[in-house]
Design a protein around this ligand. Structure first.
Ligand code: SAM
Ligand code: SF4
Length: 323
């Protein structure tokens, strides 16, 4: 089992398969995807070896992310490769879902267990102004299809922003009355490129948590390979609410996840100074050297990120690593 110097165990791998994105979310890629050099993204055989190596070290869940992972034509093969790996119990994806109705059948066939969809506003015009794309009705149609099918869990990620959505909790709550999804409010994180935006828009999740508890929302129990959200349920609501609060004091103490970038670099934290290349170890099917290399690097994992000191490491935006 992969363990660090602070006794934390790592059951969960977030695997980025591209850093390209077609959206231009205000907080992430406000000027759209900028390509400054040719990219050599992980190939399917390399992804198989990563899944294999990590699963032999105790990883039970893989989340496929990006950039926008659905821009890769071989995404169904990637999902299937992760799903077929012995020891991997859950394969999830984080996506902007711009073509969810079209993509869903092939993802389900490949064995996807969970789909997290980014929706920062339930107002189509606001959604358009945040992402640059008028896609909200199409995405909501895809969510209905996924829920009707029933094979996957569906979660929605909403980045909290003072002037875009934080003032309008009621619209989200009304939606959750009858929609059986978990809506996770994510505190906006500062990155290398969004400092001004962060200063203007950051809202603390703790205030929302207080209001939820006052309104009768109850904390749910956390699974060992669960993501970073504190989840809440309410007897009158079909949906749940999650809060991801990276600025809260004990956020890093429950860290159970590692990240591999689409360029094949291990990131011990979302905000490390550099990624540690695995590429040389991904060129052969024998994963023993890869496993040993990963174990050797675990000692470098720090107790916390340094976001409170406004230190964002090498992370210029979250599209480069998958959030
Ligand atoms: N393109 C996909 C999507 O948007 O779901 C996957 C990649 S995106 C980087 C993963 C998640 O990170 C999304 O839910 C997105 O809203 C979130 N995210 C991006 N930048 C962020 C930031 N600065 N602070 C908090 N969350 C952020
Ligand atoms: Fe693209 Fe996701 Fe970043 Fe939006 S949050 S720009 S969809 S990578």
């Amino acid at each position: 089992m992969l363990t660090d110097n602070f006794g934390r165990k790592f059951y969960y791998l977030r695997l980025s398969i591209t850093d390209v994105c077609n959206f231009s979310c205000t907080y992430c890629l406000p000027d759209g995807y900028q390509c400054d050099q040719p990219r050599d993204f992980l190939s399917l055989p390399e992804i198989r070896r990563i899944a294999n190596g990590f699963s032999q070290l105790g990883t039970e869940k893989i989340r496929i992310t990006g950039g926008e992972p659905s821009l890769r034509k071989d995404l169904p093969e990637i999902i299937a490769a992760c799903k077929e790996t012995q020891g991997i119990k859950r394969v999830a994806i984080t996506t902007n879902a711009f073509k969810l109705p079209e993509h869903l059948p092939s993802w389900l066939d490949a064995g996807i267990d969970a789909i997290n969809i980014s929706i920062d506003s339930l107002d189509p015009r606001q959604f358009h102004s945040i992402t640059g794309h008028n896609k909200l009705p199409h995405i909501l149609k895809g969510i209905d299809m996924a829920l009707a099918h029933g094979q996957t869990t569906v979660k929605v990620n909403t980045v909290l922003m003072r002037e875009y959505n934080a003032y309008d909790m009621q619209t989200f709550l009304d939606w959750l009355k009858d929609t059986p999804v978990t809506l996770r409010f994510i505190e906006l994180m500062q990155t290398g490129e969004n400092q001004e935006f962060f200063d203007a828009q950051h809202v603390q999740g703790s205030r929302i948590k207080q209001n939820l508890i006052l309104d009768g929302w109850l904390p749910a129990i956390r699974d060992k390979s669960a993501g970073p959200a504190q989840e809440f349920y309410h007897p009158d609501y079909a949906g749940r609410i999650g809060l991801i609060m990276p600025y809260s004091n004990d956020f890093c103490s429950t860290c159970n996840r590692l990240r591999v970038s689409s360029l094949g670099k291990l990131h011990l934290c979302l905000f490390t100074e550099e990624g540690l290349s695995l590429k040389d170890y991904l060129q052969q099917d024998d994963v023993e050297p890869l496993k040993q290399h990963i174990i050797n690097m675990m000692g470098n994992k720090k107790a916390t990120h340094f976001l409170h000191e406004k230190l964002t490491g090498a992370t210029t935006n979250l599209a480069m690593l998958g959030g």
